[in-house]
Design a protein around this ligand. Structure first.
Ligand SMILES: O=C(O)CCC(=O)C(=O)O
Ligand SMILES: [Fe+2]
Length: 262
């Protein structure tokens, strides 16, 4: 059954075009996936949860793109990126924002990802804290370049930052299918990410124009991505839903400790 917060027409339209979007762009954008009143309601619950004492975890971290301890000295592994944000985990959402947990477990969401990426099987992440979570990017916050631990993710934008002249604060920046190339070139200079990526042998960087209520389907484990610094007073809020090709997959200890405080 379609969850009440989902716009049926947007969902059906997405089922028809998602495969083609992934094949041509590597990311699929579904505008108006959430009903506008559902965006407002979920945002309101999110803000309330964030204010609740003991709820949410603020992290300030330096990490490499693999979200692993630096196991060797290759140039890529030793390149360090900064991240800071507030995260509300799945267990906290179950109590304070059950719509997001319901959406995460809705078969239709998983089927949409399967269709988009041409997958025979796909499973919700089994991590009790990291299956679905909320991110808050306040002024100064950002997410450094990384590959996700989960294979596929859905990004649901609830509030975006206001554009600041030509700069794009809180932008989601994504380089489709970049992992194979970078794994094969461990001494690649990641400082090129500040410029055009296609000049360096990668696909062009995609920076979607984020809209509240829009869903973005992406392959975060094989595609380098980041969130640019929020330089505005508006707090960027989004939910991330995570999926894997195998059942019973959880986050690694490193990611849980650094970003979930657990
Ligand atoms: O907030 C975003 O747009 C992306 C978040 C992300 O990449 C992550 O939580 O791993
Ligand atoms: Fe990510």
């Amino acid at each position: 059954m379609l969850p009440g917060c989902v716009n049926r027409a947007a969902y059906s339209a997405a089922r028809a075009v998602c495969r083609q979007e992934i094949l041509t762009k590597g990311i699929c954008e579904i505008p108006g996936f959430l009903q506008p009143e559902a965006v407002r309601k979920i945002l309101c619950s999110a803000e309330q949860l964030k204010k609740r004492p003991g709820c949410g975890f603020r992290s300030f971290e330096e990490h490499n793109v693999y979200l692993e301890e630096k196991a060797d000295v290759s140039r890529i592994r030793s390149a360090s990126f900064s991240s800071s944000k507030v995260l509300i985990n799945q267990a906290e959402l179950a109590e304070g924002c059950p719509e997001l947990v319901e959406l995460f477990h809705w078969d239709g969401l998983r089927q949409l990802l399967q269709e988009a990426f041409g997958l025979e099987k796909l499973f919700c992440s089994a991590d009790p804290l990291g299956g679905v979570y909320l991110n808050f990017f306040e002024k100064g916050d950002q997410l450094g370049w990384h590959f996700d631990r989960s294979e596929y993710s859905v990004n649901l934008i609830l509030r975006e930052c206001k554009r600041d002249g030509n700069s794009k604060p809180g932008a989601f920046m994504y380089i489709p299918d970049s992992r194979t190339f970078l794994d094969a070139h461990p001494d690649f200079d990641l400082s090129i990410l500040d410029g055009p990526t296609d000049a360096a042998g990668l696909k062009p960087m995609i920076v979607p124009d984020l809209k509240p209520g829009t869903l973005y389907l992406f392959a975060g484990k094989r595609s380098l991505h980041c969130v640019s610094q929020n330089t505005t007073e508006v707090c960027r809020v989004n939910a991330i839903f995570t999926f894997n090709l195998e059942p019973n997959v959880s986050l690694n200890e490193y990611t849980r400790r650094k970003f979930f405080g657990a």
